[in-house]
Design a protein around this ligand. Sequence first.
Ligand code: SF4
Ligand code: SF4
Length: 302
Amino acid sequence: MESGMLFDIKHYAIHDGPGIRTTLFFKGCPLNCWWCHNPEGISPEPELMFKPNRCLPECSLCVQRCPKNALAKNNGLLFIETSQCRLVGECAKICPTLALEKIGYKLTVAEAMAVVEKDRIFQETSNGGVTFSGGEPLMQPEFLEALLDACRQRGIHTIVDTSGHAPYEILERIRKKVDLFFYDLKLMDENKHREETGISNRLILDNLNKLAQTGSKIQIRIPLIPEVNTSQEEIAAMAEFISSLPGIEEISLLPYHKMGGQKYENLNRPQPHSQAQAPSEEVIREIQSQLEPYGFRIKIGG
Ligand code: SF4
Ligand code: SF4
């Protein structure tokens, strides 16, 4: 039985596509966007997340339980020796306040579908379904395809939310099993894309072009990141490209927000560009007005 690694499952999601949905977050992403609000989804490996504000000063249960001696308590503060930690996860299992959490767990398709099935009544009564997000679902193609097959057998509507960075053969293999793609478009300029996300956008743009030619249903999602892609020139370049593709009717604008900031701290990682601000209402409205004449339906938010 096919299995894969997720880092979260969201129930009753109302911003991940039509209706009420169950969203499965795949662990691992080939990009490293500094604005990512799911930094725990980028590494394909499990990680330990620590929320210091939940840790009880007088408790040392996890220190005693760790078989690798990777934890120590000093003056009521917990210290994690990451070089020692082997992500056994015993600490997270015993922590009474969920201050420690092992991020990333393996599931078989049957186990994942059993979770999805519990939400069926909400999915059915709201014309919802299942959204595969991440991280990047295309990084675990066999797992994704098996889940898509399982959803199709049960008549469940599916969305694959992707950065588009994967060999095109994967998209070709799964596309007929997907009801709707959410396809992220971040920047047209290749060098800037590399600077901001760590990789070139060539494959992403090529794949989008090829996928659109197949008649697959695609909604474009543009994260609005000030000083990265909110200039008139960049928006115009994206609009021209999207207009050249057949069948794209809707664009979702996803304004940057700082909600992922705390997660970087909890993962003990510096947050890049921590001073970055959300785009103003005015900027969002201007971008909307710039895109509407191209004939797209514009949605703000997920
Ligand atoms: S593509 Fe999405 S999940 Fe991957 S790093 Fe960028 S924002 Fe995060
Ligand atoms: S078990 Fe949880 S609450 Fe107790 S010391 Fe460890 S992290 Fe803190």
